[in-house]
Design a protein around this ligand. Structure first.
Ligand SMILES: Cc1cc2nc3c(=O)[nH]c(=O)nc-3n(C[C@H](O)[C@H](O)[C@H](O)COP(=O)(O)O)c2cc1C
Length: 336
C-alpha cells in the first residue's frame, strides 16, 4: 500500500534521506536522489535565523524541482517565531514542513529547541499547532524516544501531535541522552506504529546501514518506511541497494570504482554550482574519504584531493584515479 503524506504519494515503503546539518545540502541531495532516495529534507534551519533574514539560514531554503518531494526542516524554542518560520519556509515552496524535536546537541537542546521539547510536551504541542497554522502544507515531525531512559514519552508525543494535525512522524530510536551512542532501539517505534489510534505514517530511523538490516527491521518493526542518515554519506547507493534487495532478495552489485568517481565528481560539480568555486571546493573536502572508504592505498590521493584548490585540479586528480590500474574494478568472472 502506498504511503501518503497529505497529497504526497510516496509509494510503498519509502526510503527517506535524513536531514543532516552541513551534509544534506542540495549537492548531496542531488546524488542521493539519483540513487533512489524517495523523499529528502533540508538540514535543520533555525527559526531565529529565518526571521532575522540571516543569509546563511535563507540560503538553506534553496530547493530544486528535481528534488521533490522535499521537506524543509525548522527548529526553534519560541512558539511565535516557529509560526513565522513556518510561513517563511512555505514561501520557498517545498512539499512539506518538518519540525525538529530531536537534535541533542547542547547549543540547540539546551536553548529550549530540538530534543529539549521532549521535556515539555505541552509546549511541543502548542509549537506544532503554530507551525501547522503557519502553512497550507503538510507538517511532519522528527523526534527521539524521549529525553532519557526514564522518560521515554514518544507514545504520548505521537498521539498528541497527531491530534494537532501532523501528517507523519519519524522517530530516531535513541533518547536525547544517548546522543548517537549505543544501538538504536526500534521496539517503541513499532509499538506506536501498531497502535490502532495512530493513523499517520510512522517512519523508523537509526542505524540502518545495509539491505539485510533494512529488510529484517522492516519485517520485525512493521514501520511505514525508513529514514537513512549516516549510511548514505559517501554511499548514496544504499537507497537503490535496499530497494533491489526488497524487490528480489538479492544483492545489487556494489558500485565500481568508476561509479564512485562519477558520484564524487557530480557531487563536486553541484557543490561548485550551488556554493561557488571557493566554498564549493572547500566544503567538498569533508566528503572524499567517504566516497572512497575501504579502498586500499587511497591515502596518497586523499591527500591530493583535500589540498587541491580548483575544480580543474580536482578533475585532473579524479581522471588520474580513473586511469590508475591499481584501482580498476576486477573484470566480471565469466562462467564457462
Ligand atoms: C552530521 C549529522 C547531522 C545531523 N543533523 C540533523 C539535522 O539537521 N536535523 C535532524 O533532524 N537530525 C539531524 N541528524 C540526525 C539524523 O537525521 C539521524 O536521525 C541520525 O543520524 C540517525 O540516523 P542514522 O543512524 O541513519 O544516521 C544529524 C546527524 C548527523 C550524523
Amino acid at each position: 500500500m502506498s504511503v501518503q503524506i497529505g497529497n504526497i504519494d510516496l509509494g510503498e515503503f519509502p526510503l527517506l534521506l535524513a536531514p543532516m546539518e552541513d551534509v544534506s545540502d542540495p549537492p548531496f541531495r542531488y546524488v542521493c536522489k539519483q540513487h533512489g532516495a524517495d523523499m529528502m529534507y533540508t538540514e535543520f534551519i533555525s527559526s531565529e535565523g529565518l526571521i532575522r533574514d540571516a543569509a546563511k539560514s535563507l540560503k538553506k531554503l534553496d530547493i530544486f524541482e528535481y528534488e521533490r518531494p522535499i521537506g524543509i526542516q525548522i527548529f526553534g524554542s519560541d512558539i511565535e517565531h516557529m509560526r513565522e518560520a513556518s510561513e517563511i519556509s512555505t514561501k520557498a515552496n517545498p512539499d512539506l514542513i518538518d519540525i525538529n524535536y530531536g537534535c541533542p546537541v547542547k547549543n540547540v537542546a539546551c536553548r529550549g529547541a530540538g530534543a529539549s521539547l521532549l521535556q515539555d510536551i505541552d509546549k511541543m504541542v502548542a509549537m506544532t499547532k503554530a507551525v501547522v497554522e503557519g502553512t497550507h502544507l503538510p507538517v511532519t515531525v522528527k523526534t527521539r524516544l524521549g529525553w532519557d531512559d526514564n522518560t521515554k514519552n514518544v507514545e504520548e508525543v505521537a498521539m498528541r501531535l497527531q491530534d494537532v494535525g501532523i501528517k507523519a512522524l519519524t522517530i530516531h530510536g535513541r533518547t536525547r541522552s544517548q546522543m548517537y551512542k549505543g544501538q538504536a532501539d526500534w521496539s517503541l517505534i513499532s509499538k506506536i506504529k501498531k497502535n490502532p489510534l495512530i493513523q499517520i505514517p510512522i517512519f523508523g530511523n537509526g542505524d540502518i546501514d545495509s539491505p539485510e538490516k533494512a529488510a529484517a527491521w522492516r519485517l520485525e518493526y512493521g514501520v511505514d518506511g525508513m529514514m537513512i542518515g549516516r549510511a548514505a554519506i559517501g554511499y548514496p547507493w544504499i537507497f537503490r541497494e535496499i530497494k533491489h534487495y526488497f524487490a528480489t532478495g538479492e544483492h545489487l552489485e556494489k558500485p565500481t570504482f568508476a561509479e564512485r568517481i562519477e558520484a564524487c565528481r557530480t557531487h563536486l560539480v553541484k557543490s561548485i554550482e550551488w556554493k561557488g568555486p571557493k566554498t564549493g571546493v572547500f566544503e567538498m573536502r569533508r566528503h572524499y574519504s567517504n566516497y572512497f572508504k575501504g579502498i586500499e592505498n587511497f591515502k596518497e590521493y586523499r591527500a591530493k584531493l583535500v589540498t587541491a584548490g580548483t575544480f580543474d585540479e580536482l578533475d585532473d586528480i579524479l581522471n588520474e584515479l580513473e586511469r590508475n590500474p591499481r584501482f580498476a574494478s576486477p573484470a566480471p568472472v565469466m562462467e564457462v
